[in-house]
Design a protein around this ligand. Structure first.
Ligand SMILES: Nc1nc2c(ncn2[C@@H]2O[C@H](COP(=O)(O)OP(=O)(O)OP(=O)(O)O)[C@@H](O)[C@H]2O)c(=O)[nH]1
Ligand SMILES: [Mg+2]
Length: 304
Protein backbone atom coordinates (compact mmCIF):
# COMPACT_ATOMS: atom_id res chain seq x y z
CA UNK A 1 0.00 0.00 0.00
CA UNK A 2 1.40 3.40 -0.95
CA UNK A 3 1.19 6.12 1.69
CA UNK A 4 2.73 8.74 -0.57
CA UNK A 5 0.47 11.76 -0.78
CA UNK A 6 0.32 13.26 -4.26
CA UNK A 7 -0.04 16.76 -2.86
CA UNK A 8 1.26 18.77 -5.80
CA UNK A 9 -1.16 17.25 -8.32
CA UNK A 10 -3.99 17.54 -5.85
CA UNK A 11 -3.31 21.21 -5.11
CA UNK A 12 -3.10 21.96 -8.85
CA UNK A 13 -6.46 20.24 -9.33
CA UNK A 14 -7.92 22.34 -6.52
CA UNK A 15 -6.65 25.47 -8.28
CA UNK A 16 -8.43 24.41 -11.46
CA UNK A 17 -11.63 23.71 -9.50
CA UNK A 18 -11.36 27.18 -7.88
CA UNK A 19 -11.04 28.82 -11.33
CA UNK A 20 -14.08 27.01 -12.76
CA UNK A 21 -16.02 27.70 -9.56
CA UNK A 22 -15.26 31.44 -9.87
CA UNK A 23 -16.41 31.42 -13.52
CA UNK A 24 -19.69 29.66 -12.71
CA UNK A 25 -20.27 32.06 -9.80
CA UNK A 26 -19.81 34.96 -12.24
CA UNK A 27 -22.35 33.49 -14.71
CA UNK A 28 -24.88 32.90 -11.95
CA UNK A 29 -24.45 36.48 -10.79
CA UNK A 30 -25.08 37.72 -14.36
CA UNK A 31 -28.21 35.52 -14.62
CA UNK A 32 -29.63 36.91 -11.38
CA UNK A 33 -28.89 40.50 -12.51
CA UNK A 34 -30.59 39.95 -15.90
CA UNK A 35 -33.64 38.41 -14.24
CA UNK A 36 -33.82 41.29 -11.78
CA UNK A 37 -33.65 43.85 -14.58
CA UNK A 38 -36.34 41.95 -16.53
CA UNK A 39 -38.58 41.89 -13.47
CA UNK A 40 -38.29 45.65 -12.93
CA UNK A 41 -38.87 46.30 -16.68
CA UNK A 42 -41.88 43.96 -16.54
CA UNK A 43 -43.26 45.75 -13.50
CA UNK A 44 -43.53 48.96 -15.52
CA UNK A 45 -45.12 47.25 -18.54
CA UNK A 46 -46.92 43.89 -18.48
CA UNK A 47 -46.37 43.09 -14.77
CA UNK A 48 -43.83 41.03 -12.81
CA UNK A 49 -43.35 37.26 -13.38
CA UNK A 50 -42.90 36.56 -9.64
CA UNK A 51 -39.30 35.43 -9.93
CA UNK A 52 -38.05 37.11 -6.73
CA UNK A 53 -37.44 33.81 -4.97
CA UNK A 54 -35.51 32.32 -7.90
CA UNK A 55 -33.45 35.47 -8.24
CA UNK A 56 -32.54 35.28 -4.57
CA UNK A 57 -31.66 31.54 -4.80
CA UNK A 58 -29.42 32.12 -7.82
CA UNK A 59 -27.77 35.10 -6.11
CA UNK A 60 -27.13 32.99 -2.98
CA UNK A 61 -25.72 30.10 -5.00
CA UNK A 62 -23.39 32.54 -6.73
CA UNK A 63 -22.28 34.04 -3.39
CA UNK A 64 -21.64 30.56 -1.92
CA UNK A 65 -19.55 29.61 -4.92
CA UNK A 66 -17.53 32.83 -4.65
CA UNK A 67 -16.84 32.10 -1.00
CA UNK A 68 -15.65 28.70 -2.21
CA UNK A 69 -16.11 26.70 0.98
CA UNK A 70 -16.10 22.92 0.66
CA UNK A 71 -16.79 21.15 3.95
CA UNK A 72 -15.80 17.53 4.61
CA UNK A 73 -17.15 15.75 7.67
CA UNK A 74 -14.99 13.03 9.20
CA UNK A 75 -17.38 10.52 10.70
CA UNK A 76 -17.10 7.06 12.23
CA UNK A 77 -17.40 4.88 15.29
CA UNK A 78 -15.30 5.62 18.36
CA UNK A 79 -11.53 5.07 18.14
CA UNK A 80 -11.33 4.46 14.40
CA UNK A 81 -8.51 6.99 14.06
CA UNK A 82 -10.48 10.02 12.82
CA UNK A 83 -8.41 12.55 14.75
CA UNK A 84 -5.16 10.74 13.92
CA UNK A 85 -6.05 10.96 10.21
CA UNK A 86 -6.59 14.71 10.53
CA UNK A 87 -3.33 15.10 12.43
CA UNK A 88 -1.58 13.20 9.62
CA UNK A 89 -3.10 15.63 7.12
CA UNK A 90 -1.86 18.60 9.12
CA UNK A 91 1.48 16.94 9.80
CA UNK A 92 1.35 17.61 13.52
CA UNK A 93 -0.15 15.89 16.54
CA UNK A 94 -2.54 18.77 17.17
CA UNK A 95 -6.02 17.35 17.61
CA UNK A 96 -6.76 15.22 20.66
CA UNK A 97 -6.23 11.59 19.74
CA UNK A 98 -5.41 8.80 22.13
CA UNK A 99 -6.27 5.27 23.23
CA UNK A 100 -8.32 6.77 26.04
CA UNK A 101 -9.52 10.34 25.85
CA UNK A 102 -11.80 10.96 22.91
CA UNK A 103 -12.97 13.86 20.80
CA UNK A 104 -15.83 15.55 22.60
CA UNK A 105 -16.51 18.54 20.33
CA UNK A 106 -17.23 19.07 16.67
CA UNK A 107 -13.97 20.65 15.58
CA UNK A 108 -13.81 22.59 12.34
CA UNK A 109 -10.36 22.75 10.78
CA UNK A 110 -9.97 25.75 8.47
CA UNK A 111 -7.28 27.96 7.00
CA UNK A 112 -5.70 30.67 9.12
CA UNK A 113 -2.37 32.44 8.82
CA UNK A 114 -1.63 31.59 12.46
CA UNK A 115 -2.29 28.33 14.33
CA UNK A 116 -5.06 28.92 16.81
CA UNK A 117 -8.10 27.30 18.38
CA UNK A 118 -11.31 29.07 19.36
CA UNK A 119 -14.21 27.53 21.26
CA UNK A 120 -17.73 28.76 20.44
CA UNK A 121 -20.64 28.52 22.89
CA UNK A 122 -24.40 28.04 22.61
CA UNK A 123 -25.20 30.67 25.22
CA UNK A 124 -24.08 34.29 25.60
CA UNK A 125 -20.54 33.30 26.51
CA UNK A 126 -18.20 35.04 24.02
CA UNK A 127 -15.94 32.80 21.90
CA UNK A 128 -12.81 31.81 23.77
CA UNK A 129 -9.36 31.50 22.19
CA UNK A 130 -7.26 28.99 24.10
CA UNK A 131 -3.89 27.37 23.60
CA UNK A 132 -3.74 23.85 22.13
CA UNK A 133 -2.55 22.23 25.33
CA UNK A 134 -5.53 23.56 27.31
CA UNK A 135 -7.83 22.60 24.43
CA UNK A 136 -6.65 18.97 24.57
CA UNK A 137 -6.77 18.92 28.33
CA UNK A 138 -10.15 20.56 28.81
CA UNK A 139 -12.18 19.25 25.88
CA UNK A 140 -11.46 15.53 25.65
CA UNK A 141 -13.37 12.93 27.59
CA UNK A 142 -12.59 9.50 28.87
CA UNK A 143 -14.74 6.75 27.26
CA UNK A 144 -15.98 5.61 30.71
CA UNK A 145 -17.10 9.16 31.48
CA UNK A 146 -18.66 9.40 28.00
CA UNK A 147 -20.65 6.21 28.65
CA UNK A 148 -21.83 7.46 32.07
CA UNK A 149 -23.02 10.76 30.57
CA UNK A 150 -24.78 8.93 27.76
CA UNK A 151 -26.72 6.79 30.20
CA UNK A 152 -27.93 10.00 31.82
CA UNK A 153 -28.61 11.44 28.35
CA UNK A 154 -26.23 14.32 29.05
CA UNK A 155 -23.68 15.94 26.79
CA UNK A 156 -20.10 16.35 27.99
CA UNK A 157 -20.03 20.09 27.27
CA UNK A 158 -23.66 21.16 26.84
CA UNK A 159 -22.94 24.89 26.50
CA UNK A 160 -20.26 24.44 23.84
CA UNK A 161 -21.34 24.67 20.21
CA UNK A 162 -18.08 23.73 18.45
CA UNK A 163 -14.40 24.54 18.16
CA UNK A 164 -12.55 26.07 15.22
CA UNK A 165 -8.92 25.21 14.62
CA UNK A 166 -7.15 27.55 12.22
CA UNK A 167 -4.01 26.28 10.57
CA UNK A 168 -1.68 27.59 7.82
CA UNK A 169 -2.06 24.52 5.57
CA UNK A 170 -2.03 25.00 1.74
CA UNK A 171 -4.83 22.45 1.32
CA UNK A 172 -7.14 24.49 3.56
CA UNK A 173 -6.19 27.74 1.85
CA UNK A 174 -8.13 26.53 -1.20
CA UNK A 175 -11.37 26.79 0.79
CA UNK A 176 -11.59 23.26 2.17
CA UNK A 177 -12.86 22.85 5.72
CA UNK A 178 -12.57 19.51 7.48
CA UNK A 179 -14.66 18.68 10.51
CA UNK A 180 -13.54 16.21 13.18
CA UNK A 181 -16.47 14.69 15.03
CA UNK A 182 -16.96 12.79 18.28
CA UNK A 183 -17.05 9.03 17.64
CA UNK A 184 -20.46 7.44 17.05
CA UNK A 185 -21.66 4.81 19.52
CA UNK A 186 -24.71 2.97 20.80
CA UNK A 187 -26.46 5.99 22.25
CA UNK A 188 -28.49 8.15 19.94
CA UNK A 189 -28.17 11.33 22.09
CA UNK A 190 -24.45 11.67 21.50
CA UNK A 191 -24.69 10.65 17.88
CA UNK A 192 -26.99 13.58 17.18
CA UNK A 193 -24.05 15.96 17.60
CA UNK A 194 -22.09 14.30 14.81
CA UNK A 195 -24.90 13.05 12.58
CA UNK A 196 -26.89 16.29 12.90
CA UNK A 197 -24.02 18.03 11.16
CA UNK A 198 -24.28 15.97 7.96
CA UNK A 199 -26.48 18.55 6.25
CA UNK A 200 -23.88 21.28 6.76
CA UNK A 201 -21.30 19.32 4.80
CA UNK A 202 -20.61 18.63 1.14
CA UNK A 203 -19.00 15.20 1.55
CA UNK A 204 -18.31 12.62 4.23
CA UNK A 205 -15.15 10.73 5.08
CA UNK A 206 -16.37 7.64 6.93
CA UNK A 207 -13.50 6.11 8.88
CA UNK A 208 -13.46 2.35 9.56
CA UNK A 209 -10.79 0.18 11.11
CA UNK A 210 -9.26 -2.72 9.16
CA UNK A 211 -9.18 -5.01 12.16
CA UNK A 212 -12.85 -4.39 13.06
CA UNK A 213 -14.43 -4.76 9.63
CA UNK A 214 -17.92 -3.26 9.41
CA UNK A 215 -19.30 -3.88 12.87
CA UNK A 216 -23.03 -4.13 13.46
CA UNK A 217 -23.00 -0.56 14.80
CA UNK A 218 -21.27 0.75 11.69
CA UNK A 219 -23.64 -1.06 9.37
CA UNK A 220 -26.51 0.51 11.32
CA UNK A 221 -25.15 4.10 11.01
CA UNK A 222 -24.59 3.60 7.31
CA UNK A 223 -28.04 2.13 6.76
CA UNK A 224 -29.92 4.63 8.93
CA UNK A 225 -28.11 7.87 8.24
CA UNK A 226 -26.19 7.66 4.99
CA UNK A 227 -28.04 5.29 2.67
CA UNK A 228 -30.03 6.79 -0.23
CA UNK A 229 -29.44 10.37 0.87
CA UNK A 230 -27.52 11.38 -2.21
CA UNK A 231 -24.45 12.09 -0.09
CA UNK A 232 -20.91 11.71 -1.36
CA UNK A 233 -19.28 9.27 1.03
CA UNK A 234 -15.61 8.30 0.97
CA UNK A 235 -14.50 5.37 3.13
CA UNK A 236 -11.12 5.31 4.81
CA UNK A 237 -10.18 1.85 6.03
CA UNK A 238 -7.69 2.86 8.66
CA UNK A 239 -5.04 0.97 10.64
CA UNK A 240 -4.25 -1.27 7.65
CA UNK A 241 -0.87 -1.72 9.37
CA UNK A 242 -2.53 -3.72 12.14
CA UNK A 243 -3.43 -6.63 9.86
CA UNK A 244 0.22 -7.66 9.83
CA UNK A 245 0.47 -7.37 13.60
CA UNK A 246 -2.49 -9.72 14.02
CA UNK A 247 -0.82 -12.59 12.11
CA UNK A 248 0.78 -15.52 13.92
CA UNK A 249 3.87 -14.95 11.78
CA UNK A 250 3.98 -11.26 10.81
CA UNK A 251 6.75 -12.03 8.28
CA UNK A 252 4.69 -14.55 6.32
CA UNK A 253 3.85 -12.49 3.21
CA UNK A 254 1.50 -15.12 1.79
CA UNK A 255 -0.53 -15.23 4.98
CA UNK A 256 -0.62 -11.42 5.01
CA UNK A 257 -1.94 -11.28 1.44
CA UNK A 258 -4.63 -13.83 2.26
CA UNK A 259 -5.68 -11.92 5.39
CA UNK A 260 -5.80 -8.66 3.41
CA UNK A 261 -7.87 -10.24 0.64
CA UNK A 262 -10.33 -11.70 3.16
CA UNK A 263 -10.80 -8.25 4.70
CA UNK A 264 -11.16 -6.61 1.29
CA UNK A 265 -14.00 -9.02 0.51
CA UNK A 266 -15.80 -8.15 3.78
CA UNK A 267 -15.50 -4.40 3.14
CA UNK A 268 -16.53 -4.80 -0.50
CA UNK A 269 -19.65 -6.74 0.50
CA UNK A 270 -20.68 -4.08 3.00
CA UNK A 271 -19.68 -0.88 1.22
CA UNK A 272 -20.45 -1.63 -2.44
CA UNK A 273 -23.99 -0.22 -2.11
CA UNK A 274 -22.60 3.15 -1.08
CA UNK A 275 -20.27 3.33 -4.05
CA UNK A 276 -22.75 3.37 -6.93
CA UNK A 277 -23.43 6.52 -8.91
CA UNK A 278 -26.05 6.38 -11.66
CA UNK A 279 -25.59 2.62 -11.89
CA UNK A 280 -21.78 2.86 -12.11
CA UNK A 281 -19.56 1.10 -9.61
CA UNK A 282 -17.00 3.62 -8.33
CA UNK A 283 -15.73 1.54 -5.39
CA UNK A 284 -12.05 2.17 -6.22
CA UNK A 285 -12.62 5.92 -6.20
CA UNK A 286 -14.43 5.87 -2.88
CA UNK A 287 -12.67 3.32 -0.66
CA UNK A 288 -9.09 3.79 0.53
CA UNK A 289 -6.85 1.60 2.67
CA UNK A 290 -4.71 3.77 4.91
CA UNK A 291 -2.57 3.82 8.00
CA UNK A 292 -3.10 7.22 9.59
CA UNK A 293 -0.55 6.56 12.28
CA UNK A 294 2.20 5.67 9.78
CA UNK A 295 1.33 8.72 7.70
CA UNK A 296 1.45 10.92 10.82
CA UNK A 297 4.81 9.46 11.87
CA UNK A 298 6.24 10.13 8.40
CA UNK A 299 4.88 13.69 8.31
CA UNK A 300 6.24 14.49 11.76
CA UNK A 301 9.69 13.16 10.79
CA UNK A 302 9.72 14.86 7.36
CA UNK A 303 7.54 17.97 7.69
CA UNK A 304 7.91 18.78 3.94
N1 LIG B 1 -2.07 0.84 14.54
C1 LIG B 1 -2.73 1.97 14.26
N2 LIG B 1 -3.27 2.69 15.25
C2 LIG B 1 -3.94 3.84 14.94
C3 LIG B 1 -4.08 4.27 13.60
N3 LIG B 1 -4.79 5.42 13.59
C4 LIG B 1 -5.07 5.69 14.88
N4 LIG B 1 -4.57 4.76 15.70
C5 LIG B 1 -4.64 4.72 17.18
O1 LIG B 1 -5.99 4.50 17.54
C6 LIG B 1 -6.31 5.22 18.73
C7 LIG B 1 -7.54 6.09 18.48
O2 LIG B 1 -7.22 7.10 17.55
P1 LIG B 1 -8.05 8.47 17.49
O3 LIG B 1 -7.48 9.25 16.35
O4 LIG B 1 -8.14 9.12 18.81
O5 LIG B 1 -9.48 7.89 17.11
P2 LIG B 1 -10.85 8.71 16.94
O6 LIG B 1 -11.64 8.00 15.91
O7 LIG B 1 -10.58 10.15 16.73
O8 LIG B 1 -11.48 8.46 18.39
P3 LIG B 1 -12.76 9.23 19.04
O9 LIG B 1 -12.52 10.71 18.93
O10 LIG B 1 -12.75 8.72 20.43
O11 LIG B 1 -13.96 8.75 18.32
C8 LIG B 1 -5.05 6.03 19.09
O12 LIG B 1 -4.36 5.34 20.08
C9 LIG B 1 -4.27 6.07 17.79
O13 LIG B 1 -2.88 6.15 18.00
C10 LIG B 1 -3.47 3.47 12.56
O14 LIG B 1 -3.52 3.76 11.35
N5 LIG B 1 -2.82 2.33 12.96
MG1 LIG C 1 -11.23 11.80 17.75
Amino acid sequence: MSTKIETTNFLNDLDRVATVRGEIAGYLNQISNILEQSESAGEQNSGKLGLDRDIEDIYKASKNLYQGRFRLLVLGDMKRGKSTFLNALIGENLLPSDVNPCTALLTVLRYGAQKKVTVYFNDDTPPEEIDFKSFKHRYTIDPAEAKRLEQQKKLAFPNVSHAVVEYPLPLLEKGIEIVDSPGLNDTEARNELSLGYINNCHAILFVLRATQPCTLGERRYLENYLKDRGLTVFFLINAWDQIRESLIDPDDTEELEEAEDRLRRVFQANLADYCQVDGYDIYDERVFEISAINALRKRVKNPD
